[in-house]
Design a protein around this ligand. Structure first.
Ligand code: COA
Length: 162
């Protein structure tokens, strides 16, 4: 059962997030080296300004996460962004990714009308996960990321919450 992290979870969140960025540089826009250089307070602030949901093992270890950021600006307030979806390799294929996305969408309902996300072209596991919730492709960004000299395109996906 995912739970929403608070600023007091900053150290565990930092460890999980840095693992995700280190192991999957081509699927996240954030850069491992840049984020690894941030102080713990920066991670605590992200937990305060975003809703980050995590799957937690019985021993307290974080197994996966998914984040939601709602826009504050008046003209953008109708939509939010799902970001940072990650499940540790040993915990994949057991429904945690779906549970995390489901928790974020439940939190978004009533706050925003639409949730958007970007996913690297070719990341079929993630694209199928999002399609399973009804996300549809609305755009394509060429050369969205440059990682170690190689360019990657992003697919833009959106879900109307109705
Ligand atoms: C994408 C990711 C979060 C999926 O997490 P997971 O816990 O394994 O996913 P679940 O077990 O909840 O699976 C949910 C659905 O996702 C899809 N899916 C998951 N793994 C898949 C795979 N290897 N191939 C195809 N579809 C897959 C399926 O539609 C699945 O539904 P099903 O079991 O009914 O077929 C995980 O593989 C991951 O962390 N990958 C690395 C980071 C990443 O790519 N993050 C997304 C950034 S946009």
């Amino acid at each position: 059962m995912p739970r929403c992290l608070g600023p007091g979870d900053a150290a565990a969140f930092r460890a999980l997030r840095l693992e995700a960025l280190r192991l999957h540089p081509e699927v996240f826009a954030a850069d491992f080296a840049e984020e690894a250089g941030r102080p713990l307070d920066w991670f605590a602030e992200r937990l305060a300004s975003n809703e980050v949901w995590a799957a937690v093992a019985p021993d307290g270890t974080l197994l996966g996460m998914a984040g939601l950021i709602c826009h504050a600006a008046a003209k953008l307030r109708h939509k939010a962004v799902l970001w940072g979806v990650y499940v540790r390799a040993e915990a994949r294929g057991t429904g945690l990714g779906a549970a995390l996305v489901g928790a974020v969408l439940a939190a978004a309902r009533g706050k925003v009308e639409e949730v958007r996300l970007t996913v690297t072209v070719g990341n079929e596991a993630a694209i199928r996960l999002y399609e399973g919730f009804g996300f549809r492709v609305y755009g394509w960004e060429e050369r969205a990321l440059r990682v170690a000299g190689r360019d990657y395109d992003d697919v833009l996906m959106a879900l109307r919450l109705g």
